[in-house]
Structure formats: structure tokens, C-alpha cells
Design a protein around this ligand. Structure first.
Ligand code: NAD
Length: 442
């Protein structure tokens, strides 16, 4: 029999909302807490602040069943729960270090408000050693109040991917539980059990190793991308083709094909900030992480590869030229614009005097708040973008951009040229349509 658990999830962003909703779908009662009152009010009306496949219907279903409660009231939530998940953001500070203000504020509030024993689970990505700090903060608050409640701080890093977050949460590759407390481990295992049928997917370790595992995973994935971008840049200068090299390399079972795509750089809310934070963690203990610094530097430069190709084709002055841009979000399947390469590419076009017409299936509303207003036009259909444009730039490889009508592109663009930041098309096919084709690593 599956035991139902009362849970508090603090922070209703990509991680908190998906985590809370998936736990609620198992019949648990989940208090989803956020400081953003507008967000909570919208959620109560079934308005989901982010785009994530399958999320809306799950939220609405479980809200109607009263399995989810959306609230700004941490005290009531904690009173009714025995376990609470910290899922707030940990953005990069100016110097690259993870900004833990929200995490520590919550730890303080938990210490101030808890009125029975509690398991405090950190799902936010936090630097190694943060669990100990959370423990001290809660202990101090309890001491100041003169009360003695038992609590355990557990690290349970999140590995969901935006765009497939619900699926990833319901079928995780692994659930890492960082704790040395048998009771806390048993409760977390019980909570996750329906989603982790094969119990070998639980990995139990000490709290610091769990915290580090998250950074090491993201840094490894970012490294593979920057590595392949470096290979692509060498390919361009030597006549090799990175698409073919990828097949040659990925076919080695020890390497595999995942995360070996050259492109116009990685973005998003995790890889950039987590690589920076891990560099900082190393530096704080007197170690210089040389590989990670290069991973970061290569990625910054990679966002300019497409603009350099555009300038090589049209010249440095893009005045009077209009560019059709397909895709704005940092990757397909999400509306997230954090550190999206599209921001750099579009700003560089504008800086050089050009203008932009763009379409993205999910992130246009958000983009309007991020990109400059002048000389950026948004349209609601893929092919509408092409009208009166001089060239097409593919930035985000949404499915609907993968096999477009090349005949239409060739006829509609003023000078049929495509700059492909995601290596989606076939050089030979495009040349048959008379389209000049630039991509990465060729
Ligand atoms: P997010 O910015 O989408 O959401 C964070 C939420 O926390 C916001 O709704 C914000 O209003 C709320 N919040 C901030 N301070 C608060 C407070 N004091 N009390 C209550 N709520 C508060 O962030 P996210 O993308 O969900 O990421 C959360 C954490 O999970 C980060 O550490 C991130 O690195 C990690 N993570 C993210 C992903 C991802 O794909 N987004 C994947 C794995 C891990």
C-alpha cells in the first residue's frame, strides 16, 4: 500500500511546480508555496506561468482534487507537512558564485515557523557545504525560540530537463538522496517509490557528494557541448565536417551520441550558472578548474559564430537588411529564455544596423520583455517570418523548423541564404534549391 504524505514545496518555478504536481498526482497532499502572489493567484485559476508539456492538465486535475494547495503562507504549509522541499532559484551572482539568498531565507523561516519534527530536502542546485549551512541556520532559529524539534537536512538534487520535465519526474534516470539518516532516507524512498519502480535507481550518498553530483553532471554535459563546438571550429578551418565527425566519435560505445551536437552555444537557467558556480567553488578552496573555465569561454564565443558568418556573407554593416529568425527559447520544448543564444545573435544584428523578424512557438511573449523593442518584429506563423527578409537564421531546433518547405524559402527570401545554428539541414538538399547554406563546423 502506498502511504500518502503531506508535503510542502517552496518555490513554484520549473522545478517546484513540476515536483509538487508530480507528487500530488500520486495522491499526496502538496502545499506549493511561493512569495510571488501573482503567480500563486494565477495558479489557483489554472494559469500556468511556464510552458512545460503535460503540466497544465496535471496541475488543474490535482488542484480540483485538492491534492495541491497553492499558497503564499509558509507557516500553514509547514504546520500541515512533515517534509519540505526547497526549490527556489539559485542564480549566479555577479562574480559567478551561486546566490543562496533565497535558500538561506527559507532555512531561516523554516527554523522560525516549524512546530514539529521535519525533513528539509534541498532540491535547488546548491554548492557543496550548503546543507551544513542550512542545518546551522535552522538550529540557530530553534535555539533562539527555545524549542527543540528534530529535523534532518537532505540533499536531493533535481535532474529534470525543461521541455520534458513531467516525463523526467515521473521516470527519473536516478534519484540521488544525500543523507546519513536512515529514517529520512526511508521516507524519501517511500515518496519516490511509485516513480522509481526499479529501486536500483535510488543512489544514496553523503550530503556533500549529492550536492557535488549535480554540479558535476551539468558540468560534464556542458563540457561535451563545448568540446564538440571546439572540434567544430577546428573542422571549419581544416575542411572536415563536424556532422560526420560526430557520427564517427559517438559510435564508440564508451562515448555515445548524447550531447555531442555542435551549435551556437548552450544556454538556459542551469548550465551557464552551474559551470560558473563550480568554478567558484574550486577557486574558493584554492583550486583553479582549468577545463571548466575553457568550457565557459568556448560557450561565450560560440554564441558569436553565426553572427560572424552573417558578417562574412553580408559585410560588417547590416544596415537595411532584415533577418528572419526561427526560434528564441534556449532550447526546444520550453519557453525559457534565460541565457538563450538568440538574445546575443539578435542584439548583434541590431548593433550592426540590421532588423529582425521572428517566430517561436512558445517564447514570444516572454521575449518581448527581454529583447529590444525597436527593429524586432514578431509574427504568429513560421513561414510568415520569411516575407521581405534577406536571410533566415535557425537558432532553436523546434520540430516545426526541422523539415520546412525549402522551395518556399528559396522563393520568399530576397537572397536565399540560411544560417543554421543547430545543423539541422542537409547541404546537398539546400544546394538543389539554390539556397546558400551556412552551418556550424563545416
Ligand atoms: P525558477 O526561477 O523557475 O523558480 C523559482 C521560484 O522560487 C520562483 O517562483 C520564485 O518566485 C520562488 N521564490 C524565490 N524566493 C522565494 C522564497 N523566499 N519563498 C518562496 N518562493 C520563492 O527556478 P527553477 O528553474 O525552478 O530552479 C530552481 C532550482 O532548481 C535552481 O537551483 C536550479 O538550478 C535548480 N534546477 C533547475 C532545473 C531547470 O531545468 N530549471 C533543473 C534542475 C535543477
Amino acid at each position: 500500500m502506498v502511504v500518502k504524505i503531506n508535503i510542502t514545496v517552496i518555490g513554484t518555478g520549473y522545478v517546484g511546480l513540476v515536483t509538487g504536481t508530480c507528487f500530488s498526482d500520486l495522491g499526496n497532499r502538496v502545499y506549493c508555496v511561493d512569495i510571488d502572489e501573482n503567480k500563486i493567484n494565477a495558479l489557483k485559476k489554472g494559469i500556468i506561468p511556464i510552458y512545460e508539456p503535460d503540466l497544465e492538465k496535471l496541475v488543474v486535475k490535482n488542484y480540483e482534487k485538492e491534492n495541491i494547495i497553492f499558497t503564499t503562507e509558509l507557516e500553514i504549509s509547514l504546520t500541515n507537512s512533515n517534509i519540505c522541499f526547497i526549490c527556489v532559484g539559485t542564480p549566479a551572482s555577479d562574480d559567478g558564485e551561486a546566490d543562496l539568498t533565497a535558500v538561506f531565507e527559507i532555512a531561516k523561516n523554516i527554523g522560525k515557523l516549524m512546530n514539529h519534527d521535519m525533513i528539509v530536502v534541498t532540491k535547488s542546485t546548491v554548492p557543496v557545504g550548503t546543507g551544513d549551512k542550512i542545518k546551522s541556520i535552522i538550529s540557530k532559529e530553534l535555539k533562539d525560540r527555545g524549542v527543540e524539534y528534530g529535523f534532518e537536512v537532505v540533499s536531493n538534487p533535481e535532474f529534470l530537463k525543461e521541455g520534458t520535465a513531467v516525463k523526467d519526474s515521473m521516470r527519473p534516470d536516478r534519484v540521488i538522496i544525500g543523507s546519513d539518516n536512515d529514517k529520512a532516507i526511508a521516507i524519501l524512498k517511500e515518496l519516490y517509490a511509485p516513480y522509481v519502480k526499479n529501486h536500483e535507481r535510488f543512489i544514496i550518498m553523503d550530503i556533500k557528494s549529492a550536492e557535488m553530483s549535480k554540479y558535476a553532471s551539468n558540468a560534464m554535459l556542458a563540457t561535451r557541448i563545448s568540446f564538440m563546438n571546439e572540434i567544430a571550429n577546428i573542422c571549419e578551418k581544416t575542411g572536415a565536417d563536424v556532422n560526420q565527425v560526430r557520427l564517427g566519435v559517438g559510435s564508440d560505445a564508451r562515448i555515445g551520441y548524447s550531447f555531442l551536437y555542435a551549435g551556437c552555444g548552450y544556454g538556459g537557467s542551469c548550465f551557464p550558472k552551474d559551470v560558473k558556480a563550480l568554478i567558484k567553488t574550486g577557486e574558493n578552496v584554492g583550486y583553479t578548474p582549468k577545463i571548466l573555465k575553457e568550457v565557459e569561454r568556448i560557450n561565450q564565443n560560440q554564441k558569436y559564430v553565426i553572427i560572424n558568418k552573417i558578417k562574412k556573407h553580408f559585410g560588417d554593416d547590416l544596415t537595411g537588411l532584415k533577418f528572419a529568425v526561427w526560434g528564441l527559447s534556449f532550447k526546444p520544448g520550453t519557453d525559457d529564455m534565460r541565457e538563450a543564444p538568440s538574445i546575443v545573435i539578435i542584439n548583434e544584428i541590431l548593433k550592426a544596423g540590421g532588423s529582425v523578424k521572428t517566430y517561436d512557438p512558445k517564447s514570444m511573449e516572454l521575449s518581448k520583455t527581454i529583447l529590444p523593442k525597436d527593429n524586432v518584429e514578431y509574427v504568429s506563423k513560421r513561414d510568415q517570418v520569411l516575407d521581405n527578409c534577406d536571410a533566415l537564421i535557425l537558432v532553436t531546433e523546434w520540430n516545426e523548423f526541422k523539415s520546412p518547405d525549402f522551395n518556399k524559402i528559396a522563393k520568399t527570401l530576397k537572397s536565399p541564404v540560411i544560417f543554421d545554428g543547430r545543423n539541422q539541414y542537409d547541404d546537398e538538399v539546400l544546394s538543389k534549391f539554390g539556397i546558400k547554406y551556412y552551418r556550424i563546423g563545416r
